[in-house]
Design a protein around this ligand. Sequence first.
Ligand code: GLU
Length: 375
Amino acid sequence: MTPRDLGTARGVVVKVGSSLIQAGEPVMGAIADDIIALREGGARVTLVSSGAVALGRDRLGLPAGTLSLEQKQAAAATGQPRLLDLWESAFAPHGVATAQALLTLDVTESRRSWLNARATLSTLMDLGALPIVNENDTIATDEIRYGDNDRLAARVAQLTGAELLVLLSDVDALYDADPRRHPDAQAQHDVPVINAHIQAMAGRANAERGVGTGGMRTKIMAAELAGASGCSTAIAIGTARHPILSLSRANHGSWFHPANSSTSARERWISGVVSPNGALRIDAGAVGALQDGKSLLPVGVTAVDGQFERGDTIRILGPQGELVARGVTAYGADEARQLAGCRSDEAEDRLGYRRAAALVHTDDIVRVSSQEDGR
Ligand code: GLU
């Protein structure tokens, strides 16, 4: 993605740093306005907002300086409802409902929770709401913490399949030297690859810039993480008049380009699973549907091999046992056996509950060439 493509982005994650929440309502209002503009341009937007600890700290009258983990957790518990309240007010003039999603590291590390979180965020967006994600600081311990919302936001970008991650903070760009000490320091507006040279800039000149937890180092780590899944990252100052839309100007902020295209990264993730646990055998009609880019519906499934659970990667085999695709299944093997061959409108009766219509959603399918061996 390039600055020019900003208006056509389909999936965007916007991360807002604590300093911007502390900067007050006009700043949050300007961010909300730009998020609305992105949505009006057709983007599905997820907001990742810091600020719970900062707001809670003020409310509880905790001292300035480093807080203990317990104090941070107490501050987050106090500040989080206030944070959502502020965002709800910022989006109220636009008539957009806000929704809270608190994630912990284990959610994004386990595929099952990952799929659940993804389904919830997606449903919220289908319903027109704006999901607002933060780390669940109150229960996260040091071992299971992201600790900074830059990396959490990168995981959310992967989770939602976003093409663009925007990191808004009090830092306007990546510089090759500390601009406070070197007036001739150059902003790096376009970063095609994150190499050792760029890492060094983040560690040296920019490490301490900004009041947030992460500084530049975690922003670069976030850009790397997002980039591995085909998502571009842009860093920009959150106090600008149009903090997000001004990124469409070439000499604003810093853009980091992904190492992989979105599809190939996703495909690599699915194809990369070494031993898919089981298989769904499908009829010729379903093979055709898959080749047309459709999801795999229960009606096309003729048999279910092996044991697997929801969220596992399975093989999809054609009538002759040939490998047609690999995919992440939305149902476990026992459920798939119950569903095999049934029409979508019968699925609820068979299972006794209702979930996804597709056994394997098209976004979770990697079609393979017919020459590949089916075993
Ligand atoms: N989750 C923390 C909060 O809401 C923010 C962590 C960070 O600053 O990146 O205060």
